[in-house]
Design a protein around this ligand. Sequence first.
Ligand code: SAM
Length: 168
Amino acid sequence: MAAELGRTDRQVRLTVTDLDPVMARAARQRLAHLPHVVVHQADATRLPYKDGSFDAVTSFLMLHHVIEWESAVSEASRVLRPGGMFLGYDLVASRVASLVHLVDRSPHRLIERGTLEPVLARAGLQAVTVQYSLRGLVLRFAARKPRPPQPGGGAIESTSPATGQVRP
Ligand SMILES: C[S@@+](CC[C@H](N)C(=O)[O-])C[C@H]1O[C@@H](n2cnc3c(N)ncnc32)[C@H](O)[C@@H]1O
């Protein structure tokens, strides 16, 4: 995903993260030809970035591998600037998903249908949409960090450069 985004839009600066040093190294090698992409080894539940430092955070098939995935959602919200978007897709808890993870033995806590929505909202995100597809096996989500209300009713405009956090 990061390779495609980095290839098609060279205006966007991407920060790619993974907890596993082997995965981070593989991503670094794969993305080495894209100077506007950096790869960091980082824990999604304790991101080493300042509050409000990204325009967008994405997560592709990652949340269910984080046992405390609620903390990863909170961190995504923390590092988003007001008006920024948290987007991604993941597996929904199902017999098929459990079987796959029994075979690959990866640590996981699958997301039960209907449980992501309140977690996104509790993390302070709004305009939450969660769509279920492939017979309910997969979910796609989008949520926005609200802009603080202004006394005159306007909104704060960010002047930060385009940044995003995209997983390999
Ligand atoms: C199914 S892979 C998806 C990787 C990538 N998004 C892709 O599409 O190729 C899940 C990844 O989540 C990573 N992961 C698990 N726990 C994590 C955490 N706490 N913080 C960051 N990454 C984590 C794993 O190391 C693994 O590489």
